[in-house]
Design a protein around this ligand. Structure first.
Ligand SMILES: *[C@@H]1O[C@H](CO)[C@@H](O)[C@H](O)[C@H]1NC(C)=O
Ligand SMILES: *[C@@H]1O[C@H](CO)[C@@H](O)[C@H](O)[C@H]1NC(C)=O
Ligand SMILES: *[C@@H]1O[C@H](CO)[C@@H](O)[C@H](O)[C@H]1NC(C)=O
Length: 388
């Protein structure tokens, strides 16, 4: 088949109007000896659409979303850098292999996840198994941007749009490259990024260096916060365990933290720092020398007198992108009801990674930053990095 015909046929089969060429890196071979972080990555959602199977979502129904891609004749793919977020949860696959999951609170998502994956030279399939917790108009949505890198250093970008195949009620094996989705309907575009019904949804994207703020982070406390907000004086223990997807190795954590009234922060059992102000958040950088399989944040927080009490934490965790040039992988972990706490006596070793917190209840999310009573919090000058 003539190269042009094959390309034209692929374009028809896989309908890739979203494909566009971006900056060609002409010296990939020369640069590939050293891994340098991409400080100028342009990964964003500007050209991506919110898509779903229908403009009116049905709660707790699994929706399959697929995008197949074959490169133009003469090009061989090597890797992809992927950002996505979903309203409200998903599992993500590349060529049938589970890469990661994503889920947020039952509200519009504010945080993206970012992955670096190897690709096959030619045919590749990106697949999502997604669902939402609320039925109704604009109550479900996926947005993604996929930067493809070829062996010659050039790149292409795929975005979520009406060329994706989407089906509600998905058969087993839908994520496999061999699965035939040609009978699936095309996606319903429910909105452009930061426009229309989705105008208020501005998504933070993991970056290198991180750009981390406190917006959309929730003040939390134990499960005994009364309507008045007044809780007894005393110390409480909090924990949040983050387990990276297989193949994702934690590299650096950047953490913002403040407490009303005081805290000590531990990461994987190591004391990182403490603070005594709810108007100033400290900024810590933790470098992981040991490639841990999980990252455990543990906080001892103290309410010095009977009054309102709260803990505010935002972490961006950047992964080591397995020898790749200019690829950033990362995730945000925030104070929310994914944390656990105990109001009982604080057990010895509660800050250690192996501590069993399975009987601890989930915390209460009090208010979203920068709401009252705490208002705006100033971010302090960064503390020197700690290596653990
Ligand atoms: C690639 O690197 C070589 C050696 O450093 C340099 O001479 C050449 O100008 C570079 N080419 C481009 C396109 O940057
Ligand atoms: C990495 O990114 C920098 C900054 O954008 C660029 O100058 C360089 O050519 C890129 N290198 C590769 C191998 O893509
Ligand atoms: C989709 O995800 C849900 C929740 O994890 C799971 O129960 C279901 O089996 C998945 N469907 C397929 C086809 O993988």
């Amino acid at each position: 088949m003539a190269p042009f015909l094959r390309y034209a046929l692929c374009s028809l089969l896989f309908a890739i109007p979203s494909l566009r060429s971006v900056n060609a890196a002409e010296n990939a071979t020369a640069s590939s000896l050293t891994v340098t972080p991409d400080v100028t990555s342009s990964m964003n959602f500007a050209a991506s659409k919110w898509i779903w199977n229908s403009a009116t979502a049905t709660a707790n129904t699994f929706v399959g979303l697929r995008k197949s891609f074959t490169p133009p004749e003469g090009k061989a793919l090597i890797a992809a850098e992927i950002i996505f977020t979903v309203y409200t949860s998903l599992t993500f696959y590349v060529n049938g292999v589970e890469i990661g999951t994503g889920n947020g609170p039952a509200s519009r998502p504010s945080f993206a996840r970012r992955f670096c994956v190897d690709l096959l030279p030619s045919f590749n399939v990106f697949a999502f198994n997604a669902s939402t917790v609320i039925s109704g108009a604009d109550e479900g949505g996926l947005i993604a941007t996929i930067l493809l890198t070829y062996s010659d250093g050039t790149t292409d970008t795929l975005v979520t749009d009406s060329s994706w195949r989407v089906k509600s009620g998905i058969p087993l094996g839908f994520e496999q490259p061999s699965f035939d989705d040609t009978t699936w309907p095309v996606a319903t575009v429910i909105g452009s990024y930061a426009a229309g019904a989705w105008a208020d949804v501005i998504v933070n994207i993991p970056a290198d260096p991180p750009v981390l703020g406190l917006e959309h982070t929730q003040w939390i406390w134990t499960d005994v916060v009364p309507a008045s907000g007044t809780v007894p004086a005393g110390s409480r223990a909090f924990r949040r365990t983050f387990t990276p997807a297989p193949g994702q190795v934690p590299g650096t954590a950047t953490i913002l933290i403040a407490a009303d009234n005081a805290y000590t922060l531990y990461v994987n059992g190591v004391s990182i720092g403490s603070g005594t102000s709810f108007k100033i958040a400290q900024r810590y950088t933790v470098n992981f020398a040991s490639a841990p399989s999980e990252v455990v944040l543990a906080v001892l927080a103290t309410n010095t007198v009977a009054s309102v009490a709260g803990l505010l934490v935002a972490m961006e965790l950047n992964m080591v992108p397995a020898g790749r040039i200019n690829c950033t992988a990362g995730v945000f972990v925030l104070s929310d009801n994914g944390w656990k706490s105990t109001k009982d006596l604080i057990p010895a070793g509660f800050e250690q990674p192996g501590f069993d917190d399975s009987t601890w209840p989930a915390v209460v999310a009090e208010v979203t930053y920068p709401a009252a009573p705490w208002g705006t919090v100033t971010i302090a000058v960064p503390s020197p990095p700690v290596t653990i």
